[in-house]
Design a protein around this ligand. Structure first.
Ligand code: ZN
Length: 144
């Protein structure tokens, strides 16, 4: 893949293994591989279950909620991709999904000083190409 780092955000390299994840996100769905032997949700996509080694993995809709496990804030252009410049600062989190997998993702619609470990987040999706979308998260805000 070649991307002009001065102009664009990098796009994922989509393989047969990862395509269901990206195309589902394009359609507004969060899907993960679920092991048919032990029930573990696997992420990132793999040919076998990270827990039991079974190859019986099935793409399954995951619940949309999660909890912030850790976070950082990027205030500079990540890896010189100027396409990110307008989005800065960017909050990057490890999110523990309610279904058990841990996902690296951006948290949007949140002030950098507001993000905390343990906060509840819910998924939303951004279209990034004709083929792919990407899951992002925002804080669950109680309807007061
Ligand atoms: Zn398993």
């Amino acid at each position: 893949m070649s991307v002009d780092p001065t102009s664009a955000k990098p796009l994922p390299v989509i393989t047969d293994l990862t395509r269901p994840f990206w195309t589902a996100a394009k359609a507004g769905r969060l899907v993960l591989q679920k092991c048919q032997q032990c029930g573990t949700f696997n992420f990132h996509p793999k040919p076998w279950c990270i827990e039991c080694g079974s190859r019986a993995l099935e793409w399954t809709d995951a619940r949309p909620g999660g909890t912030v496990y850790s976070h950082t804030v990027s205030r500079s252009v990540a890896m010189n991709y100027q396409g990110w410049a307008a989005d800065l600062p960017v909050i990057l989190c490890l999110v523990d999904l309610d279904d058990g997998a841990r996902m690296y993702a951006q948290v949007t619609d949140c002030a950098p000083e507001e993000i905390r470990v343990g906060m509840r987040v819910t998924v939303h999706f951004e279209s990034i190409s004709d083929e792919a979308g990407i899951p992002k998260f925002r804080l669950e805000r109680s309807a007061a």
